[in-house]
Design a protein around this ligand. Structure first.
Ligand SMILES: C[S@@+](CC[C@H](N)C(=O)[O-])C[C@H]1O[C@@H](n2cnc3c(N)ncnc32)[C@H](O)[C@@H]1O
Length: 323
């Protein structure tokens, strides 16, 4: 555990140099790979040998390397690709984690100390990093899209708004599974510009209104369901309340709010959300919350929690209505 980053940083290097993409058509020698990636042969060999020792890539005859089941998700072009997640975790997130002591001492955001600005401002100024962030969200949360759909009955829902819906991965799944549903995808303008390309390529653009803006100002009205997946956890109390109140203002009395988050259970059992909570502390400055904390937050914003529905993944769907 102490040296866990040895493996995660080695994975980052393999992802950065696109090694898995170069191996998708079959094994290659380390010399070929070094040529293709403009890297040092000996250093690259040592990287791949170390990764092969934990099942990521396999070394065969004459220093040839091939993909293994654990290496496959590092390809860029496979469904559920984890390459962007490896790139994001190994670069900005790793640098922010190096300041964990600062965050624990002060409660302040390590990312802001290292990069001199909040994460979402940084992404707005760095389009290449923003593209990686959007894809990393699919890499880390992708399985949840279907899990939410099997746990919550959307069959009679007319219009769903996904607030902070990123590149539209949850929305795509919703519209595909419910052919009469219409969508509203809302996120920051630069994110929506990229989502537009995705919705067009999925041939869903005519069923989904794409709206750019900030949820600290307002969110679109007119939806039956307002979904926010991994949005509230990004923010501390005051900002989370502003987002919830803006949803409240846009919603009718009949509409429902669905917040999809890792709800922290009591006890000492392993639960990924307890570490995701540290990511929230160090990077955007938010937190994962317990069910009680969500109930209090929602009540303060004028909502009542009606159900907390578990899914087959770690996230739960917290359903709330206006009071
Ligand atoms: C942790 S990501 C979650 C994305 C997506 N809902 C998911 O579950 O994969 C947070 C999202 O909030 C968006 N966001 C951040 N600040 C925002 C703002 N002020 N207004 C609207 N969206 C914002 C980001 O662009 C990003 O897509």
């Amino acid at each position: 555990m102490i040296t866990g980053y040895w493996i995660s940083q080695a994975i980052y290097a393999a992802a950065k140099f696109g090694i898995a993409d170069h191996l998708k058509d079959g094994p290659k020698s380390v010399n070929e790979l070094a040529e293709l990636t403009s890297t040092n042969r000996d250093a690259l060999y040592r990287l791949l040998r170390a990764l092969a020792s934990v099942g990521i890539f396999a070394e065969g005859e004459a220093r040839q390397f091939s993909l293994t089941p654990l290496a496959e998700p590092l390809r860029s072009d496979v469904p559920g690709s984890k390459r962007a997640l490896a790139l994001m975790s190994g670069d900005e997130q790793y640098r922010a984690w190096s300041e964990i002591a600062y965050s624990i001492r002060t409660g302040n955001i390590a990312f802001d100390k290292v990069f001199g600005q909040p994460i979402f401002d940084y992404l707005g100024e760095n389009p290449d990093k923003a593209r990686i962030f959007d894809a990393a969200m699919v890499g880390i949360h992708g399985r949840e899209a279907n899990a939410v759909l099997t746990s919550y009955d959307f069959s009679s829902v007319g219009i769903v708004a996904d607030i902070g819906g990123g590149n539209g991965s949850q929305m795509t799944e919703l519209l595909r599974q419910h052919p009469s549903m219409q969508g509203i995808l809302f996120d920051l303008p630069h994110v929506i510009e990229r989502a537009k390309v995705k919705m067009e390529s999925e041939q869903l653009a005519d069923r989904c209104e794409l709206v750019g803006g900030s949820f600290f100002e307002s969110v679109p009205s007119g939806a039956d369901i307002y979904m926010m997946r991994h949005i509230i956890h990004d923010w501390h109390e005051e900002k989370a309340l502003t987002i919830l109140r803006n949803c409240h203002a846009a919603m009718s009395l009949e509409s429902k709010l669905l917040v999809v988050e890792s709800v922290i259970p009591p006890g000492n059992e392993p639960f990924g959300g307890k570490f995701l909570d540290l990511v929230m502390l160090l990077i955007p400055g938010g937190k994962e919350r317990t069910e009680e904390e969500y109930r209090t937050l929602f009540r303060t914003a004028g909502f009542e929690v009606t159900r907390v529905i578990p899914t087959e993944t770690e996230v739960s769907v917290i359903e709330a209505v206006k009071v």
